[in-house]
Design a protein around this ligand. Sequence first.
Ligand code: ADP
Length: 489
Amino acid sequence: MGKKTTNSLDFTSGWAYAPAPEDTKHIQLKKQYDLFIDGKFVKPTKGKYFETVNPANEEVIASVAEADENDVNKAVKAARNAYQKVWGKMPGAERGKYIYRIARLMQERARELAVIESMDGGKPIRESRDIDIPLAANHFFYYAGWADKLNYAFPNRKPKALGVAGQIIPWNFPLLMAAWKIAPALACGNTVVLKPAETTPLTALKLAEIIQESGLPEGVVNIITGAGKTGATLVNHPDINKIAFTGSTDVGKIIQKAIAGTSKKSTLELGGKAANIVFDDAPIDQAVEGIINGIFFNQGHVCCAGSRLFIQENVADMVIQKLKDRMETLIVGNPLDKNTDIGAINSKAQLNTINNYLKIGKDEGAELYQSSCSIPKKGYFCRPTLFLNTSQSHRIVQEEIFGPVLTIQTFRTVEEVIEKANNIPYGLSAGVWTDKGSKIFNLTTKLRAGVVWANTYNKFDPTSPFGGYKESGFGREGGLHGLSAYLEF
Ligand code: ADP
């Protein structure tokens, strides 16, 4: 206390939190990572590697193999083989045991996984420790329980596995997205080839180590690293039965075109631009916390981030003032410090995208407000930002920014806010803040969003389906819906 730090929380009284950095000594990271194919780590055919960087200090953490067509072929072949010879034939109860084992090993190594997630992706340790890693393990636990109950989940429908699933995931929740994809696929008897994002491959590779340790039969899970080209090769591979993709709407469209006319099934979870709606009868302080969580959680690197705030006009001034006051207390800085609220932007490219949108917003005539906090000189950081005086036609209101940037509009009537909230190409999520249950139910039926949170925001659970409408994609992950996406009937 009293000591000035890089994370200083300098109120008028001038006191600050002492630094509380997470220990990194127990972390075991290799300098170089190979591809995980057929139960072994193997060198990429062409011997090419790329670097993964810590976005908080711009230091290289490790080099990672780049899979080419040959490597993708090997991985798909291993997955097909494992499907036909072992996994597809194994009784569900046996499959479940392996999935439980993976879940327990993830729990045992939770702290290590959390620290690596924060180092590789830039997210605050509080989030990776309390949200990403426990939720990832919970997905394995949850789907392990279904492995021997598929006939009860879908009575009289004779569910069957699809075969080999190609899975491509983004950088915002690296391990959690891997769990969302791998756990239900395995529970249903499929085998997988997973490609993590190029900026955040490390926890997926750690998961490969855990999978090896679990004794899962070789080839059931293959993890190959690389960038978009590797992903495209996987999508276009003729022996894939299903593509599960989470990422940008642009790449989602490319994938949909690529698989059109094939028998490949697909689920696509794409961009979002959620409306977070605050009525005048809402518990305002609770709503302010929810708004802050909705957009600044994980640096706004969340496809369901509450990035468009709609406030009922008669409480707008009060809500905005409370928001600004709360933003002043947010600590931006070292992701490994337990006091940090907002960590590093995932990559330089993403920081450039966000900064470009800040410029676009100002050029469009919106009023920019940022908290006055200090940000580290090294690394990729962005202050929490509000845009006031925005309108529906602004690009910053219509387009996904994927950063800690909130646009604010006001409204008078329920009809008006529904129309504004829905007038967008996306439909992934929304939030409603009100004291009235009837208003909540009215809005949940009219908002075109896959998830609507009421008097809370960004709550996830393995039992609950998640997915979008419109350009936010199709198909659901989580819950029974997530199981059915890996089955045919
Ligand atoms: P983001 O904007 O979230 O990075 P992307 O859609 O670019 O989203 O990336 C999500 C994932 O899709 C990453 O693993 C990336 O390597 C992969 N990817 C990028 N381009 C393609 C493509 N043309 N085909 C398949 N996968 C791709």
